[in-house]
Design a protein around this ligand. Structure first.
Ligand code: FES
Ligand code: MG
Length: 582
């Protein structure tokens, strides 16, 4: 074990001392190969080894600038007497991964957990950006329980096309509907591509990436103000530098992730999510992260603690502005302060700064009440995420009121059923399909097991014949997720999912369904007897792939109301590794 050389600053030997400390054959092995990188003696003197968990990939465009981000983290680590070592993990890029990046969130989390635990790392900086990169890194780090801090790569600059400001994803859904309705040409649609994504960074709407990085900040896992700084703003690199400094101190303080991620921090995150008009994906990811730290945190907490939170932030997809505007207005700290001033913040929640959440935010300002609206003049009075229950969703389903049409939140309609995504695509624009805007579109077999990976197809496009009437929203119900950049009166995450035999599997064309958001109700007007008859004829869909990771995933994935983690990954397994490799 560690000898005197590892006792840096007379502190208790760190985890990395078990690798780099001993003056024997094993120590030789661990140090010698590392020295081929040009490392001098003194970096092995027992100082904190800081892993920089790198999600750079050219296939994850949102994180493609992360090598530069890591260099700035390293500056801070060196300055504080730490020893930074960057290592790659599976980078989950939202736009390219098929069948959906969500299928790989848990695989990436497994990679992160094992990479941290197996290596001589005392503290870790998590470089997060594109949607799933944030939860996967937090989940993995939580299961190891060493000091950890998030620094995100930041959002892209506001998109611009012709005379309009356009937002990641949100504009795609709008333009797509406009092309189908004949409002804009295909040529215009194609031209908007380059204008939407015109700088480094992740989606600059309040989509899942902006939401999850705001959640990391709300959980106390990043330095104050981190989430909203644009990727290309010099201050993004300053906060990376400061994060590098801070993680070294956190190692000396033994400020491990389990000391930060308390129930109060998660409840704060629920409220920040409501106030920013955040993505429904946050529901699943926070449940999964909480599962890793083993705290009590359930789907119903989202409704209970989030239902009276007003949406203050006027960002697309719920509102008008984008992340660049949000940063200039004051970002997450200004929103958190407003929650604190209105009795909706657990002020003592611990954070990576070593101070309480309230201490971090109490002196921040709101510079633009158009972007971050006043408490008594919100964008949506009851924002948050609504959790629905009923015979169609015994374990719950969710809806985002700020993205929905108020008139549709109380609606009874005839079901038009799509058995799976292929059935939907083949059928939705069939001129003979018996559908109008009063119907409820039901999509099955797109949940965790069914797709597999619970794809973002819940905001399925409306039939062309409905779009051509100028209609832009209908009630839609599925076991899928939707992109955080999407909008509509969309019931998502229905649990249990159809492929697991949930009642959603039994819905048929012509059934009547009632959505009653005020009363949190989702009801299928079919008797239990008829449903039992239909169940006798039901069999689960054939898996899309036999063997490999997909089989492991489908066998072990939990339902959406439990965070869709793999059952055997729940909990923390700590950071001890008693055996050496030779
Ligand atoms: Fe990467 Fe939206 S696609 S953040
Ligand atoms: Mg997304």
């Amino acid at each position: 074990m560690a000898d005197d050389a590892s006792d840096n600053n007379n502190k208790k030997p760190l985890r990395s001392a078990a690798w780099f400390g001993p003056h024997d054959k094993d120590g030789f092995l661990h140090r010698s190969w590392m020295r081929n990188q040009g490392l001098p003696d003194h970096v092995f003197d027992g100082r904190p080894v800081i892993g920089i968990c790198q999600t750079f990939s050219e296939l994850t465009p949102c994180n493609a600038h992360f090598r530069k981000l890591a260099e700035h983290v390293k500056r801070g680590v060196w300055e504080m007497g730490g020893f930074p070592l960057e290592f790659p993990v599976f980078s989950t890029g939202e736009t390219n991964l098929r069948p959906t990046a969500m299928l790989y969130r848990n695989l990436a989390a497994m990679d992160v957990e094992e990479a941290i635990r197996a290596n001589p790392i005392d503290g870790v900086v998590l470089l997060t950006g594109c949607d799933k990169t944030t939860p996967s890194l937090l989940m993995g780090a939580a299961s190891c329980d060493i000091p950890a801090v998030v620094v995100s790569g930041g959002p892209m600059l506001n998109g611009r096309y012709q005379d309009q400001t356009i937002g990641s994803g949100t504009s795609v859904w709008q333009f797509d509907a406009d092309v189908k309705a004949g409002v804009i040409s295909l040529q215009q649609f194609m031209e908007a591509e380059a204008g939407q994504s015109r700088s480094a960074g992740h989606c600059m709407t309040m989509g899942t990436a902006s939401t999850m990085n705001s959640m990391a900040e709300a959980l106390g896992m990043s330095l104050t103000g981190c989430a909203a700084i644009p990727a290309v703003d010099a201050r993004r690199y300053v906060i990376a530098h400061m994060t590098g400094r801070r993680i070294v101190e956190m190692v000396h303080e033994d400020l491990r992730i389990s000391k930060i991620l308390t129930r109060e921090n998660f409840l704060n995150a629920i409220r920040v999510n409501g106030a920013i008009g955040g993505s429904t994906n946050a529901v699943i990811h926070l449940l999964a992260i909480a599962g890793r730290v083993g705290i009590q945190f359930e789907l119903k907490d989202w409704d209970e603690f989030g239902r009276d939170v007003p949406t203050l932030v006027d960002l697309m997809p719920s509102g008008r502005f984008l992340m660049e505007d949000f940063y200039y207005a004051g970002g997450v700290p200004a929103v958190t302060r407003a929650l604190g001033e209105n009795g909706m913040l657990f002020k003592d929640a611990p954070t990576v700064t070593g101070k309480s959440m309230w201490e971090n935010v109490k002196n921040t300002a709101n510079w633009n009440p158009e972007v971050i609206r006043a408490w008594d003049n919100p964008l949506v009075k009851q924002g948050g995420i609504t959790v629905l229950k009923g015979n169609l969703a015994p374990d719950g389903a969710v809806l985002k009121p700020s993205a929905a049409t108020p008139e549709l939140m109380q609606h009874r309609g005839r079901a038009v059923v799509f058995e799976n995504i292929e059935h939907y695509k083949a059928r939705v624009d069939d001129p003979d399909l018996d559908i109008d805007e009063t119907c409820i579109m039901v999509l099955k077999n797109c949940g965790p097991k069914g797709y597999p990976g619970m794809a973002e197809v819940g905001n399925m496009a409306l039939p062309q014949k409905v779009l051509k009437k100028g209609v832009r929203d209908m009630v839609r119900i599925s076991d899928a997720r939707m992109s955080g950049t999407a909008y509509g009166t969309v019931v998502l995450h229905t649990a249990p999912e159809a492929a697991a035999g949930g009642p959603l599997a039994l819905v048929q064309d012509g059934d009547m369904i009632e959505l009653d958001v005020a009363n949190r109700r989702l009801h299928l007007e079919v008797s239990d007897e008829v449903l039992a008859e239909r169940r006798k004829l039901w069999s689960p869909p054939e898996p899309t792939m036999k063997g490999g990771y997909q089989s492991l995933y489908v066998q072990h994935v939990m339902q959406a109301d439990k965070g869709a983690d793999l059952d055997f990954l729940v909990g923390s397994r700590g950071h001890a590794v008693p055996r050496d490799s030779h």
